[in-house]
Ligand binder design. Structure first.
Ligand code: FEO
Length: 171
């Protein structure tokens, strides 16, 4: 049975991951308004990934006999100045989420909750990739700058991203 303290923290993480999905959906819509459907696709896939993150915590609480308590999701920002600002914010957001995951690892260790370890370790690794993705794109944006030609080429690359659900055994 999951301890109340862990259950509460995991419920908060469901909220944080769902907010991430909401934030990236809002970014996707903003990118559509900038006539960059490839970047918008990338962000939409990112939002889908975030929902699978929320569902990992959801499933974990249920499997351990806990109670899922869903709270209100904050409204994300709507408008950004340009593509670079969007990805800067995405990177900053992922760094914040990494901090939340690290706090959960610390809490689970303090509470001797070994059952949560495999899932939390999955998230520790996932956050390395999440931050790297945003940093890679920011690096490319820095090379091309906010130029129409550069963005047009990058947009084609970003259109290639497809949603791949995480394998069930990693949950
Ligand atoms: Fe669920 Fe992007 O961290």
């Amino acid at each position: 049975m999951i301890k109340k303290k862990i259950e509460k923290a995991f419920n908060q993480q469901i909220n944080a991951e769902t907010y991430s999905a909401y934030l990236y959906l809002s970014m996707s819509a903003a990118l559509e308004r900038m006539n960059l459907p490839g970047f918008a696709n990338w962000m939409r896939v990112q939002a889908q990934e975030e929902m699978t993150h929320a569902m990992k915590f959801f499933q974990h609480i249920i499997e351990r006999g806990g109670k899922v308590v869903l709270a209100a999701i904050d409204a994300p920002p709507i408008d950004w100045k340009n593509v670079t600002e969007i990805f800067k914010e995405a990177l900053g957001h992922e760094e914040k989420v990494t901090g939340l995951i690290n706090d959960l690892v610390d809490l689970a260790a303090a509470e001797k909750d070994h059952a949560a370890s495999p899932m939390l370790q999955w998230f520790v690794n996932e956050q390395i990739e999440e931050e790297k993705n945003a940093m890679d794109i920011l690096g490319k944006l820095e090379i091309v700058g906010e130029t129409a030609g550069g963005l047009y080429i990058l947009d084609k690359e970003m259109a290639q991203r497809t949603f791949v659900p995480p394998a069930a055994e990693q949950a």
